[in-house]
Design a protein around this ligand. Structure first.
Ligand code: ATP
Length: 427
């Protein structure tokens, strides 16, 4: 199912209208490549991050998390190769002055206006910042260009402070910053974004096994949260980094913009060897049983929280005859349930509905709505992906039952008021 460009525009408009995503610094005319998450967006993003985090650290016994600093010693970026080579050779159109990654150009013409192009030049995508309060004595540092570096920096601290033995993983969710050449396509290519990374440390002889394992595990995780898992696929890279034996992206194949969501990377001993060389520290691992000493090899799974967020919205966005529905996975939807009194001006209905609302509030995120008629309230909840709506009506006052309505099937059932939470738990 290839989504059309207009569904991106419709999703962008819904995201703003209903408080998922706002353009950054909007009242000042915005700032390209920056976005803010609104009241519903932050709920959904937190749900998503919690799912990822629990899956990594609770489902897997041998994965722990860290939360590293955004600014590190600038030497880190020399060791990582960002300062020298994490630069993209770019070409510029001599006519319209648009810039493109040299890798993306198939011939010597500008893709936008057919104008002639310059020779490729190097641009650093790291975002510099200055530390210190005295103007002439400031130190130049960088906002991290990728979150994973703090994992490498803390690999030894983790080994020394936990009982973990190889193979094990360190995961992290955190912000990254890049002076992207062409920020755009909504959340797809921003200059400030969030990544979720796993760095899996293993014996070099086991790389093949763990690479294949994580490739499948990560794909299965994404499949478990998307509305249409058939829209996910692998892309195998042909051009490989010198230390990599293979590399795959997990893609949202129906995307009207770029498709890459997460990279599964074979990093070998590159990162720890480089940090060992630049820091002068011994980052070898000694097997406690065999006493073998080696630099652990790494399988990385590095994904974009914001890109996943965008793809989930695109995948869930559904237009039916008279309604727009976000068919989001209930675990990700900003609200799990909405509670309505049938009529706003009947105090006995309102107080009964409030009781249900209050009792659910401690357990799940729940919306309250008593505006307009029931049809409009359903419409409004469907549009933000609330999976269930409960209505308190006159029958409730007689037999303590409510109607519960399913977002996707629009079917309604009557259940006992005391059963609402269990009903949600089973879903
Ligand atoms: P691309 O080729 O699209 O520039 P990349 O291969 O440089 O991405 P990585 O460095 O592997 O990306 O980063 C891991 C993940 O971080 C990507 O798969 C993507 O989901 C996310 N990501 C990277 N750059 C951006 C960005 N500018 N805005 C939003 N998410 C991003």
């Amino acid at each position: 199912m290839e989504l059309k460009q207009n569904s991106l525009e419709e999703v962008v408009s819904l995201a703003k209208r209903r408080g998922f995503i706002f353009p950054g610094s909007e009242i000042y005319g915005g700032l390209q490549g920056f976005y803010d998450f609104g009241p519903l967006g932050v709920e959904m993003k937190n749900n998503l991050k919690r799912l990822w985090w629990n899956w990594m650290t609770q489902k897997h016994d041998n994965i722990v998390g860290i939360d590293g600093a955004i600014i590190t010693n600038p030497r880190v970026w020399e060791a990582s190769g960002h300062i020298k080579s994490f630069v993209d050779p770019l070409v510029e159109c001599k006519k319209c002055h648009h810039r493109f990654k040299a890798d993306d150009i198939n011939n010597d013409k500008c893709p936008d206006c057919d104008g002639p192009l310059t020779e490729p030049r190097m641009f650093n995508t790291l975002v510099p910042t200055q530390l210190g309060v005295i103007q002439d004595e400031k130190t130049e540092a960088y906002l991290r260009g990728e979150a994973c570096q703090t994992i490498y920096l803390n690999y030894k601290n983790v080994v020394d402070s936990t009982h973990l033995k190889i193979p094990f993983g360190i995961c992290q969710i955190g912000k990254a910053f890049r002076n992207e050449v062409t920020p755009g396509n909504f959340l797809f290519r921003q200059r400030e974004f969030e990544q979720w990374d796993l760095q899996w440390f293993c014996h070099p002889s086991e790389m093949e096994k763990w690479f294949d394992y994580w490739k499948e595990e990560r794909m299965n995780w994404y499949k478990s949260i998307f509305t249409h898992p058939e829209n996910l696929g692998f892309y195998q890279h042909e051009k490989l980094a010198h230390y990599a034996k293979k590399a795959f992206d997990i893609e949202y194949t129906a995307s009207p913009v770029g498709k890459e969501m997460e990279g599964i990377h074979w990093r070998g001993d590159w990162d720890l060897s480089r940090h060992s060389e630049y820091s002068g520290q011994d980052l070898n691992y000694t097997d406690p049983e065999t006493k073998e000493k080696f630099v652990p090899n790494i399988v990385e799974t590095s994904g974009g929280v914001d890109r996943t967020f965008l793809f989930l919205l695109l995948d869930a966005y559904t237009k039916e005859e008279d309604r727009i529905v976000l068919k989001l996975n209930p675990k990700i939807a900003p609200y799990k349930i909405a509670v309505f009194p049938l009529l706003k001006n009947k105090p006995e209905l309102v107080s009964e509905a409030k009781k249900i609302y209050e009792s659910l509030k401690n357990e799940v995120s729940v919306a309250w709505d008593d505006r307009g008629n029931i049809g409009k309230r359903y419409y409004s909840q469907d549009e933000i992906g609330t999976p269930y709506c409960v209505t308190v009506d006159f029958q409730t006052l007689e037999d303590q039952t409510v109607t519960i309505r399913d977002r996707d099937t629009m079917k309604q059932e009557r259940i006992h008021t005391g059963e609402v939470f269990n009903y949600l738990k089973e879903k």
